[in-house]
Every structure is written in structure tokens, then in C-alpha cells.
Design a protein around this ligand. Structure first.
Ligand code: ZN
Length: 305
């Protein structure tokens, strides 16, 4: 009997998480419950569920501190965006970056290779739909480049979307009528979305904000929660068929002695049946998208045999 099971990938993006050294400026040092995020330079990390840690270069041969717009564009396209621009671009993508995303968005590449459905798991608030923001994130641009629908707060209420703050607390503080979620509840929702798609992107930003704020106690709180969320997602997935790739655009929260991004490598952590293949291919942020396209195409070829 030919297998009809299709491989799938979850790309779990965390803004501003690098591989730091141990010490009082690193909130991950001696933080209970931080696996699998407790990754330090020159140390072998605790391999939760056989995850492989691949230190990944976010500097991409371009001088200066790596930044979000160019780093995220690189992750989501496979194009070395800082090299194309000649510098690291912070904040939101400018016109040259948007052109790269429009042409090379991972969602577009996967759909063009016949790999579908693909989705962005995050919910957008009503404000995004009624009054389109002037500046959009690399992720928003990547979703739009493929003509995909965005998930809404209604989807979130129906258990079919996860907010960037997966606990929903930020939404509730803003007056949005949603219930708070535990890490486990949010993980169940994300795992279900992953099981229904060939490729799922999820993104989390608060790490970078807390890194800029240099808030140690908040950093420990959110990293413990985020680590639990990740573990709870992983245990709910079928890792024989699903590859999970966690990565970041640049370091920040791992060194709270500075409010700037760091020059550290970022931890790409890979789980699942295809983790060794994926790990062998990833050196820089520009390798993430091609690796995902390869994993999903490769599996298609295998299952046709
Ligand atoms: Zn930042």
C-alpha cells in the first residue's frame, strides 16, 4: 500500500532570541522550565524530544547589528535581504524588501511547488481589516504575496487561530472580547492548525520587546511560558510526519545588559523525522526557506514511490 501521509512543517518564529553566554544578563541562565529555549554558547543543549540545535548566522555577511525587517524577509524568502540592501533594515520592510517578499515569499514558493494548504496561524485584530496599517510586517507581506486569507479574532474565538500573545492577555487588556488561554490550550489550537496544513507559520514578538525594555523579571516570566507553550505544541504533533523549525531573526533577549540587538548566532531548533536533513542544510537565515521547500518536496517524491 502506498502511503498517503503527507509531510508537514511548522515554522515557529521568535523575534529577538539569540544564543548567549551564561551569566546575570541572560534570563535563560538557571531558569527552571526553560527547555528547549535554554541554549548557550559552547554548550550542548538539553535535547527536548530529540531536537537538534543549529546555531544560525543572522549577520549574513553584512556589517552592523541584524535587524527585524531584513532578517524576517530573509527567513521568509531564502533571499539574503541585508546583502541585497547593503544594510540591516529595522522595523518594517521598505520597498526593496517588499519586492523581494512579493517575488519569493515562502508561501508562494510552496504553492508553486504544489504544496498546499499553507497558512499563517496568527490572528489579526479587527483594526487590521478595517483600517489597513501603512506599514506592514514581513510576515503580513509574505501572506499577501500568496493571496492567502488572514485569520481573524472570530477565528480565534472558534479555536482556529492563535494570537501573537498566545495567552490572549494583550487582547484582553485592549478590550477585545476573548477568553484567556493557558499555554496548553493555545498549544492544542496551534497543533490542530498544523495537523490541517502542509506548512504553518506562527510568530511571537514579545521576546524582542522585552529585550529592548531590558526587563529581567518579565523576560523570565515570558520565556518560561513560551518554553512551556513550545513543549506543549511538540508533544501534540505527529513528529514522524511533521518537522518543526524554530528560529529567530536576531539576538536580543539573551543579553539584557544592552537594549540593542546582539551579534550572536540564533538558535534554529529542529524536531521531527526530517531534523537531520534540515540541520545539515541550515547555516544562515537564508537557508530556512529552501530547507522547508526541500523537506516538503522530498517527502512528496518519496510517497509517490
Ligand atoms: Zn528589535
Amino acid at each position: 500500500m502506498a502511503t498517503t501521509t503527507n509531510a508537514s512543517v511548522l515554522l515557529f518564529f521568535i523575534d529577538g532570541l539569540g544564543i548567549g553566554t551564561r551569566g546575570p544578563s541572560n534570563p535563560l541562565d538557571n531558569l527552571p522550565g526553560a527547555a528547549p529555549l535554554a541554549v548557550f554558547q559552547n554548550e550542548t543543549a538539553e535535547a527536548f524530544l530529540d531536537g537538534i540545535v543549529v546555531p544560525t548566522d543572522p549577520c549574513l555577511g553584512v556589517e552592523g547589528r541584524p535587524q527585524s525587517a531584513s532578517g524576517q524577509t530573509t527567513i521568509l524568502t531564502g533571499v539574503n535581504a541585508p546583502a541585497q540592501l547593503g544594510y540591516h533594515k529595522q522595523g518594517f520592510p521598505n520597498k526593496p524588501l517588499l519586492e523581494i517578499i512579493n517575488a519569493h515569499s515562502i508561501f508562494r514558493q510552496l504553492l508553486a511547488a504544489g504544496i498546499s494548504p499553507v497558512t499563517f496561524a496568527n490572528a489579526y485584530t479587527d483594526h487590521f481589516f478595517t483600517e489597513r496599517p501603512r506599514w506592514i510586517s514581513a510576515t503580513t507581506a509574505a501572506v499577501e504575496a500568496a493571496g492567502l486569507a488572514f485569520r481573524s479574532i472570530d477565528d480565534l474565538k472558534n479555536g482556529a487561530a492563535v494570537f501573537m500573545d498566545y495567552t490572549n492577555r494583550i487582547l484582553i487588556e485592549r478590550g477585545v472580547d476573548v477568553s484567556a488561554r493557558t499555554e496548553d490550550e493555545a498549544a492544542a489550537v496551534l497543533a490542530r492548525i498544523v495537523s490541517e496544513n502542509r506548512f504553518t507559520l506562527y510568530e511571537y514578538f514579545i521576546t524582542d520587546k522585552v529585550g529592548h525594555a531590558q526587563n529581567m523579571s518579565l523576560a523570565k516570566t515570558i520565556l518560561t511560558s513560551l518554553a512551556r507553550f513550545i513543549r506543549e505544541v511538540l508533544v501534540r504533533l505527529d513528529l514522524e510526519h511533521t518537522t518543526v523549525i524554530l528560529t529567530s531573526d536576531h539576538g536580543n533577549i539573551e543579553d539584557l545588559s544592552s537594549r540593542n540587538h546582539t551579534l550572536h548566532a540564533v538558535p534554529t531548533i529542529i524536531w521531527g523525522d526530517q531534523r537531520k536533513l534540515a540541520a545539515s542544510r541550515i547555516k544562515t537565515l537564508a537557508d530556512i526557506t529552501p530547507t522547508i521547500v526541500t523537506i516538503l518536496s522530498h517527502k512528496d517524491a518519496q510517497s509517490e514511490k
